[in-house]
Design a protein around this ligand. Structure first.
Ligand code: GTP
Length: 364
C-alpha cells in the first residue's frame, strides 16, 4: 500500500496542554512514550505506511520537545513543525498551516487528531473522499454509549446531515456514529478557514460547510478506535499497542508485555495484559503487573500487585502494595502495604507512609 497516496497530512498535537498533568508535567502528552515510543510516532508511522509523504505537526506549546525528537530520529517521512503563538483551536490550527502545504486546491489533505489511537483504513478513507468528490470526509466510529460525544448522523448515501452537540436526553441520541478525529479536507477548504482567531472544526467549520451546501461525507470504519482523553484510557491504549490489538508499525513485536532492555525484572515477576516497562525500572520478586504502564526509573517492591494503572517516572512502590485503577505521579513514594484503588491520583513527589491507605477492612 505504501506510496499509493503520496499526499500531505496535518497532525494536531497541541492545544491547551496535556490532560495527563500533573502525572508528568515535562512532556506534552503526544510525546509521552507509549509502547516504547512517543505516541505521536505511532500516528506518524501509520500515516507513512499508508503513503503519506509529508506531515505537519501543528502545536501551540512545547514545540521544542517535538523538534528535538524529530531532528534526532529519522521516521522515513518529511515532518514539519508548525507553532501557533496562541492556541487557535482545532480548526484554527488546520487553517494556520494552509500556507505550508504544497498540495493543490483540489488535492485531499489528511487531518489527524493527536489524541486518538485508531486502526482506521487511511487509504480507504481517502479513496472514499475521492470517489465522492467530497469537500470534507470524516472518519466516524460507532460507540455503545454516545452520550459523551458529539453525534454525526449521515443519510443513506453517507452524506453528513448534521453535527449535534453531546445529547442531553435519550430522544437526542439519533445515531451511534461519532466523529473519530480523522478527516480528509479538500485543500481549498483549509484555505477558507479564518485566520488569526480560534476556530473549532466541530462547532464552526463543519456546521458552516453544511450550511453552505458543501459535500461533507462520513465513513464509518469498524476498526480499532480509542480516545486517549483520560489517564486510564492512556493505559488501555498502551496495552492495546503492546498486545497488537491496536495496530502500529512502531511496535514490530507484540506480546503480553514490553520491557525496556535496561529494566531489571526479577524472574518470578509476572507481567501480563500488555504491561509496558520503561528504561531503568526495577521490579522485585513476586510482583504482578497486569495492564500497567511503568515509566522510566520507577521501582516496584516485592510482592506488589498492580493492575490497570500508571506508575510515574521515578516513583517508588513499596513491597506488598495493592494498586488498581490508579495514577501514581512521577517520583511519588508509596510506602509498603498501601492499597490504592478506584481512580485515585497521587501527585508527583507525594509520600505515603507504610500502610497509610487501605480500602479493604483490616483482617488482623
Ligand atoms: P473542537 O470541538 O473542534 O474544539 O474539538 P475538541 O474539543 O474535540 O478538540 P480536542 O480538545 O479533543 O482536540 C482534538 C485534537 O486537536 C487534540 O489532538 C488536540 O491536541 C488538538 N488541538 C486542540 N486544540 C488545539 C489548538 O489550539 N492547536 C493545536 N495545534 N492543536 C489543538
Amino acid at each position: 500500500m505504501a506510496g499509493c497516496l503520496a499526499m500531505e497530512a496535518v497532525l494536531l498535537v497541541g492545544g491547551q496542554g496535556t490532560r495527563l498533568r500533573p502525572l508528568t508535567i515535562h512532556t506534552p502528552k503526544p510525546m509521552l512514550p507509549v509502547a516504547g515510543v512517543p505516541f505521536t510516532v505511532h500516528q506518524i508511522t501509520r500515516a507513512r505506511d499508508a503513503g503519506v509523504t509529508r506531515i505537519i505537526l501543528g502545536t501551540s506549546y512545547k514545540a521544542e520537545v517535538f523538534r528535538e525528537y524529530i531532528d534526532a530520529n529519522d521516521l522515513g517521512i518529511e515532518v514539519v513543525i508548525a507553532t501557533e503563538d496562541v492556541p487557535l483551536g482545532t480548526g484554527g490550527a488546520i487553517g494556520h498551516v494552509a500556507s505550508m502545504l504544497h498540495s493543490g486546491p483540489d488535492d485531499p489533505v489528511l487531518i489527524f487528531n493527536g489524541d486518538v489511537l485508531s486502526g482506521v483504513d487511511i487509504a480507504g478513507l481517502v479513496n472514499a473522499h475521492r470517489s465522492a468528490d467530497a469537500d470534507v470526509t470524516l472518519y466516524l466510529t460507532r460507540v455503545n454509549d454516545p452520550r459523551a460525544f458529539g453525534l454525526v448522523p449521515t443519510d443513506p448515501h453517507g452524506r453528513v446531515t448534521a453535527f449535534l452537540e453531546k445529547p442531553q436526553s435519550e430522544a437526542e441520541i439519533v445515531t451511534d456514529q461519532i466523529n473519530a478525529g480523522c478527516y480528509v479536507f479538500r485543500k481549498s477548504v483549509i484555505d477558507s478557514i479564518p485566520h488569526g482567531r480560534p476556530v473549532s472544526v466541530e462547532r464552526e467549520t463543519f456546521p458552516g460547510l453544511l450550511d453552505g451546501g458543501a459535500k461533507v461525507i462520513g465513513v464509518v470504519d469498524p476498526g480499532y478506535w480509542l480516545d486517549l482523553g483520560t489517564p486510564l484510557s492512556f493505559v488501555r491504549g498502551s496495552c492495546d499497542l503492546v498486545t497488537g490489538t491496536a495496530p502500529s508499525p512502531a511496535v514490530p513485536v507484540t506480546g503480553h508485555h514490553l520491557i525496556d532492555p535496561t529494566a531489571t525484572v526479577d524472574a518470578s515477576a509476572l507481567l501480563t495484559g500488555g504491561t509496558a516497562v520503561g528504561a531503568g525500572v526495577t521490579i522485585a520478586a513476586g510482583v504482578r503487573l497486569d495492564e500497567v504502564v511503568v515509566f522510566d526509573h520507577a521501582v516496584i517492591g516485592a510482592g506488589a500487585h498492580i493492575t490497570n494503572s500508571i506508575i510515574g517516572s521515578g516513583a517508588v512502590i513499596g513491597a506488598d502494595c495493592i494498586i488498581d485503577g490508579a495514577v501514581i505521579g512521577d517520583r511519588a513514594d508509596i510506602g509498603r502495604g498501601n492499597e490504592l484503588r478506584a481512580g485515585v491520583r497521587v501527585f508527583p513527589g507525594a509520600q505515603l507512609g507504610e500502610s497509610w491507605v487501605r480500602f479493604s477492612s483490616d483482617r488482623s
